[in-house]
Design a protein around this ligand. Structure first.
Ligand code: HEM
Length: 393
């Protein structure tokens, strides 16, 4: 296994990680990524195979669990009830109950609301130049997930702040301050949702929280802690990635130029898939090995971790012609941006719907949209999103 080294906080890498991925992909099998201290899969076939291999999973083997540091207790309590951090049978149970409430019918029902929201946000655009990330790309997913769950839209700024503080825990640039802020946010978020869920128990409404309370599978329901953990997961996951998928997409279109045909009804699905393939907002996830196994020439011991580079897999020339080229007319293949296997993104249909609505409306209403400053990615690997997107219209 060849060793590669690349600091995930190196400014040049943060701005453009793709040349490093290309070099790493030249090597068949797995690479040892020195800075993370673990093997890493950069090729599509390897990422795809390990995501689906049940001998690997996200949940830490129980014998490896360390005592909970007290300052992180509220954050870890939320994670302990998240389906994203669980494996079967716990994951199967949680995911089934959530899927009962989070149906494709409910997602599709958001279409009219998202369309009206996009128009009202554009009506309220500030004077040039302005940050499209805050004025549009953030608002569409955060307001949509609030509406879907049934959380007051006025709470959106507070939810964003809690979510940013919690999600920072997964970034390479994590510090002690990050941990304290995440724990504080998790505690406040939990307190807010405990009251809110209680309110919904006594006054049911037409929303996802009410459906989650009622979701039942063979007499089984979500416990109160699971309900709160699930709401936090959906609220956080429901916008953190979508904001930057939209932001990265607009940036790419403004830098490469766009063809109106891509934004028309016949082209939009392909355009969204190509944006997600070309510059996704989440680049890397890890898995634990659950037994001693040989995979792609490497022997894993139980508890060893492996990094899966979704963004590199999307640009693998073995899987895609001219993979480094942004081409929304290419035949859409399943990209790896939503993961795969058991943990495949629950929100993929919602994220796609938001982008398929928000992009055509934006470019139809602002045909002269242009960059007012060179966009920069934030130092938040494995996330890959812009700090701001300054535009003129
Ligand atoms: C473009 C936007 C999005 C991207 C790129 C994205 C990406 C992902 C990825 C890669 C995973 C799997 C992680 C792994 O395998 O380790 C995942 C899981 C998940 N996502 Fe998303 N996501 C997006 C939007 C959303 C939205 C809008 C929601 C909710 C409304 C959502 C909810 C979830 C949940 C609940 C999981 C955990 C599923 C499980 O563990 O079974 N995501 N997402």
């Amino acid at each position: 296994m060849k060793t590669v080294s690349q600091s995930p906080t190196d400014p040049a890498f943060v701005q453009d990680p793709y040349p490093f991925y290309e070099k790493a992909r030249a090597q068949a099998g797995l690479n040892y990524w020195q800075d993370y201290g673990m093997p890493a899969a950069f090729r599509r076939a390897a990422v795809h195979a390990i995501l689906r291999d049940r001998r690997f999973g996200r949940e830490m083997p129980p014998e490896m669990a360390k005592p909970t540091p007290t300052h992180l207790a509220p954050f870890l309590a939320v994670e302990a009830h998240s389906m994203l951090e669980a494996e079967p049978p716990r994951h199967t149970r949680l995911r089934k109950l959530v899927m009962r409430a989070f149906t494709s019918r409910e997602v599709q029902a958001q279409e009219t609301g998202i369309t009206a929201l996009c128009h009202s946000l554009i009506d309220a655009f500030p004077n040039d130049p302005f940050d499209l990330l805050t004025a549009y790309c953030t608002q569409v997913p955060v307001i949509t997930i609030c509406r879907l769950l049934g959380v007051p839209v006025e709470m959106a700024p507070q939810l964003l702040s809690w979510s940013h503080d919690m999600v920072a825990m997964y970034q390479a640039a994590r510090t002690k301050d990050t941990e304290h802020a995440a724990a504080r946010a998790a505690q406040e978020f939990t307190n807010f949702l405990s009251d809110y869920v209680q309110q919904r128990r006594t006054t049911p409404a037409e929303d996802l929280i009410t459906r989650l309370i009622a979701a039942e599978e063979e007499g089984d329901k979500l416990s109160n802690d699971e309900l709160i953990g699930t709401c936090i997961l959906l609220l956080n996951a429901g916008h953190e990635a979508s904001v930057h998928a939209l932001g990265n997409g607009v940036k790419t279109l403004l830098q490469h130029g766009w063809d109106p045909a891509w934004l028309a009804a016949e082209g939009i699905e392909n355009l969204v898939e190509e944006i997600l393939r070309y510059d996704p907002p989440l680049h890397m996830f890890t898995r634990y090995a659950y037994e001693e196994i040989d995979v792609m020439g490497h022997r894993f011991q139980r508890g060893d971790q492996v990094a899966l580079l979704l963004a590199s897999a999307n640009r693998d020339p073995a899987a895609e012609d001219e993979a480094e080229v942004f081409d929304p007319t290419r035949p859409a293949r399943t990209n790896m941006s939503f993961g795969g296997g058991l943990h495949f993104c629950v929100g993929a249909p919602l994220a796609r719907l938001e982008m398929q609505i928000a992009l055509p409306i934006l470019f139809a209403r602002c045909p002269n949209l242009g960059l007012a400053a060179a966009p920069r990615y934030s130092n938040s690997y494995h996330f890959h999103g812009l700090t701001r997107l300054m535009v003129t219209r």
